[in-house]
Ligand binder design. Structure first.
Ligand code: HEC
Ligand code: HEC
Ligand code: HEC
Ligand code: HEC
Ligand code: HEC
Ligand code: HEC
Length: 504
């Protein structure tokens, strides 16, 4: 019989090795194909496709090689007999049954193997795996995401694209991330903004089409001062949030940037993109306007050493997938939800202190929240502690639950590490550009006028009478801070100290 391969290939070890290597190689190709056409591929499928299966392929190749080398040695030593292929006699009942049994067993085994591998593949694609099983790393995002508006939008819908180029890119990134994970060599917290997000038309645009114009949004918000009586400050605020495409609505606000401009680009040398010295607007008529920070030397070109980005949804809505709320917002929300009773004296203040303490682990934090709050009432309000014990306990539980969702000392995730840009109270956000300090050569200013983006229609401070106006109330600050309200950034006082903004 003619043999295609050199004779040293024909030995049992090499043959077994070839089956193992070939089978796993086919599986890799199959899964790669599934991963490529999948609408929700995950970089962690790489664990199976690029890490586990290749190990089996390598194992097969090793067997092949050992087989060949052994066979050659034996032949050199004159030990090898002429290899003859097995002769199966199908007329022999025993041999026939044996062959059939072996073939069936082989098919069942390989199908089971393929099935198990596929299950593994499905598992690593799931949100659960992304956030939990794979590693501790993404636990905080997993928890925050489950509690967000986008809880039903899978991680991979925002983080991994579809199509061949994103597929290949995510493979390359996947390998990199996996090595970082295995070497335990990654930064905590994971630095943002992520540099590898796709443009948001491709991510958000699949669900939020500009054809569906957003209108104005009116909201009632109640804040509580961190004083003894948790004084409430109520506002009714009308966000000029309308927008849409030029065709669908008459030019109005929000999605304002796309309504007032065809494209907005900004340049920055700051990896956090907080300092933005240069902005270029291409108007709907195609005309360009450059805004630059007043202290900037460069009035036309983007400053040397900076990188230019096209402004898109994620320049404002950067935390919509998984938000870590500021402590202030958390406690206001818990009071508004009746999870914390504002009749407990000083509860806002002590809850803030408990949430923002420095702890080594989440468990330490949870324990400290309990001791801080009970300690406070025992010491300062023993009568309240005695008579309102159950209310205090309920508050502690609510604060602890919120802590679990919003803080992780090991991964160092919290609102302090991840500024939310869709506002201006806790971080510079909109004021990165709208600060009265960015001007164009023809004298236009990116204004910080309080009514540019929203109107204050209602305002009530503590027990004062409610003020209602259909036009706009002058913005008061809940406590008197003089002109600082207009001159400083809100985040100078309300931001985290780690993330203080400089005043223009
Ligand atoms: C709606 C889109 C969206 C979804 C869904 C989403 N993300 Fe994100 N993710 C983002 C954006 C945008 C950023 C960049 C955040 C920034 O610049 O502040 C980000 C950043 C991250 C980061 C960097 C650290 C951080 O907290 O910003 C991690 C880790 C992450 N996402 C993991 C996940 C995981 C795990 C899931 C699913 C459980 C998920 N993401 C779901 C949009 C999303
Ligand atoms: C798979 C579809 C899908 C994708 C992709 C998606 N969203 Fe959403 N988004 C929704 C749905 C549905 C809601 C409304 C949820 C609700 O009201 O419960 C929503 C709500 C929102 C809201 C209002 C809630 C909030 O957080 O203030 C914003 C803002 C938003 N999305 C922005 C984005 C951005 C930015 C992206 C891209 C990074 C994105 N979405 C990607 C489906 C999607
Ligand atoms: C200049 C910043 C900015 C940009 C850019 C931006 N948004 Fe928004 N968006 C806002 C603000 C501010 C609000 C309303 C205030 C709020 O609820 O936080 C809002 C509200 C929304 C809402 C919620 C509307 C509702 O009825 O509650 C959705 C959905 C949304 N934006 C989607 C998008 C998408 C998709 C893009 C990208 C095409 C985008 N936004 C770009 C600032 C922005
Ligand atoms: C990267 C810089 C940048 C950031 C950040 C930014 N804007 Fe703007 N915004 C601009 C520019 C540039 C214009 C267009 C000015 C013009 O017409 O030339 C604009 C226009 C607007 C307008 C329309 C003003 C008008 O005259 O009609 C509103 C409203 C607005 N922005 C609100 C916001 C809000 C709210 C945020 C934060 C959620 C925000 N912007 C964040 C750069 C920015
Ligand atoms: C460039 C647009 C813009 C300008 C200018 C602006 N704001 Fe806002 N403001 C916003 C947006 C967007 C939010 C919503 C953030 C959110 O949804 O939590 C907001 C929220 C607020 C809130 C509610 C805070 C919260 O966390 O709920 C107050 C109070 C407020 N602004 C006051 C002011 C005052 C006072 C000024 C003038 C010094 C001002 N704003 C200027 C865009 C603007
Ligand atoms: C000079 C510092 C300073 C500046 C600037 C400032 N605030 Fe305040 N703000 C305070 C103080 C002090 C309180 C009282 C509570 C406290 O001690 O934290 C307060 C309380 C508040 C509260 C009620 C309590 C809460 O946090 O829920 C709101 C809402 C608020 N400020 C909004 C703003 C907004 C919006 C801006 C920007 C337009 C701003 N503040 C700018 C110092 C400041």
């Amino acid at each position: 019989m003619r043999r295609i391969l050199p004779t040293s290939f024909y030995n049992p070890l090499t043959l077994i090795g070839s089956v193992i290597a070939g089978f796993n190689l086919c599986l890799i190709i199959l899964l790669l194909f599934i991963n490529m056409v999948s609408t929700r591929p995950s970089p962690y499928a790489d664990l199976i496709i690029l890490l586990m299966l290749p190990v089996f392929v390598l194992f097969g190749i090793t067997l092949i090689t050992i087989g060949i080398v052994r066979q050659r040695r034996r032949r050199k030593a004159g030990l090898a007999k002429e290899q003859r292929l097995l002769v199966i006699d199908f007329n022999n009942a025993r041999q026939r049954t044996l062959v059939i049994l072996l073939s069936v067993a082989f098919i069942i085994l390989s199908l089971t193997y393929a099935f198990v591998m596929y299950q593994g593949y499905e598992f690593v694609e799931s949100d659960y795996f992304c956030g939990q099983a794979c590693h501790y790393v993404m636990g905080p995002e997993y928890t925050a995401h489950a509690d967000s508006y986008h809880s039903k939008v899978e991680c991979s819908a925002c983080h991994v694209g579809t199509g061949t180029n994103y597929f290949l890119l995510s493979k390359l990134r996947g390998i990199n991330q996996l090595t970082e994970l295995l070497l335990n060599d990654y930064s905590r917290p994971i630095p943002v903004p992520l540099t590898d997000l796709r443009p948001s038309e491709q991510i958000c645009g699949t669900c939020h089409a500009p054809e569906y114009p957003l209108t104005t949004i009116q909201e009632q918000r109640t804040f509580y001062l961190p004083d003894e009586s948790n004084t409430p400050w109520k506002i009714g605020i009308l966000f000029k949030a309308a927008g849409g495409s030029v065709e669908t609505v008459n030019l109005s606000r929000m999605h304002w940037h796309s309504s007032v401009a065809r494209e907005i680009d900004y340049a920055t040398a700051d990896p956090k993109r907080e300092e933005i010295p240069w902005i270029r607007v291409v108007g709907l008529d195609g005309r360009q306007t450059i805004y630059f920070a007043k202290n900037s030397k460069s009035r036309q070109q983007a400053p040397a050493g900076s990188q230019t980005f096209k402004m898109d949804c994620n320049d404002c809505h950067n935390r919509t997938g998984h938000d870590f709320s500021p402590s202030d917002k958390i406690v206001n929300r818990l009071i508004n939800k009746n999870s914390i009773d504002p009749s407990l004296p000083g509860i806002k203040s002590i809850a803030l202190k408990a949430l923002d303490g420095t702890y080594a682990t989440q468990d330490d934090g949870l324990a400290a929240i309990e001791t801080t709050i009970t300690g406070y009432y025992r010491k300062n309000h023993p009568d309240v502690y005695a008579s309102q014990k159950s209310k205090i306990e309920e508050s502690i539980k609510a604060v602890q639950d919120a802590y679990k969702k919003n803080y992780d000392p090991v991964m160092r995730t919290s609102w302090k590490a991840f500024p939310d840009n869709a506002g201006h109270m806790y971080t510079a956000g909109c004021f990165r550009c709208h600060d009265d300090n960015h001007v164009s050569n023809d004298g236009k200013v990116l204004s910080r006028d309080c009514s540019l983006c929203h109107l204050l229609l209602e305002q009530q401070n503590g027990t004062e009478p409610n003020q209602i106006k259909l036009t706009n109330i002058q913005y008061p600050h809940p406590v008197d801070i003089g002109d600082a309200y207009k001159e400083k950034y809100c985040s100078d006082c309300h931001g985290s100290s780690e993330d203080k903004q400089s005043t223009p």
